[in-house]
Design a protein around this ligand. Sequence first.
Ligand code: MN
Length: 246
Amino acid sequence: MRILVTNDDGIYSPGIMALAKVAQRFGEVQVVAPDVEQSSMGHAITATRPLYYKKSPITFEGIDAYRVNGTPADCVALGTHLWAKTDVVLSGINMGPNLGNAMWHSGTLAAAKQAVLFGMKGIALSTPAGKTEPDFDQLEPWVEKALNAVINNKDLSLININLPPDPRGIQWTRQSVRLYDGKIVPGIDPMGRKHYWFTVFPLEAAEEGTDRYAVENGYVSITPLRLDLTNEAELTKALQKQPIVS
Ligand code: MN
């Protein structure tokens, strides 16, 4: 199996090193990741300037690693172009969870989505990062277990995995879609100018069976996702009400 490892935190993140290490147990690994942090870039692609890559001198324990002046989706496009016949793209391990509506902004998940658009399997992995760095050694066996559950499963194409700091099990979940707040928080910069932070946080408690609920209760969350955004229920109703739009 040929595995491309990428992320949105940039090639120097400890999370991508941890993921590349585990990925080696599943196949041949190559790392292609952004040269700087690209968090919250979503599924942006670079269409107005050229992309370049450079071999990264940092050690990935014998794995070839390349840094790209682009987004996570760019890295998947360029990486799988240069390294043909990639089977699966692993993205992460993101320093910060990608749960519920955070999926709309996530560059980590976008890399996995880009893999699926190209006909490959895409798996995103994330873990909360607070004041201290995540303990990737402690997470390592759980990353391996979660990947074991999905990487060879032909029924799954796009998978979102979130790991709590000290897991006590693994659960299949659905995306939490409870309302969240996209909030602008003003502040004053050192020059005395007003500036703004755009932050997001959940408005309501997570419901059972969801990704947020699992992680809040100490479980690794595995959510199978799809790219088709069609609201089938609303489409059916609209067709019933007005089969031909006039
Ligand atoms: Mn990130």
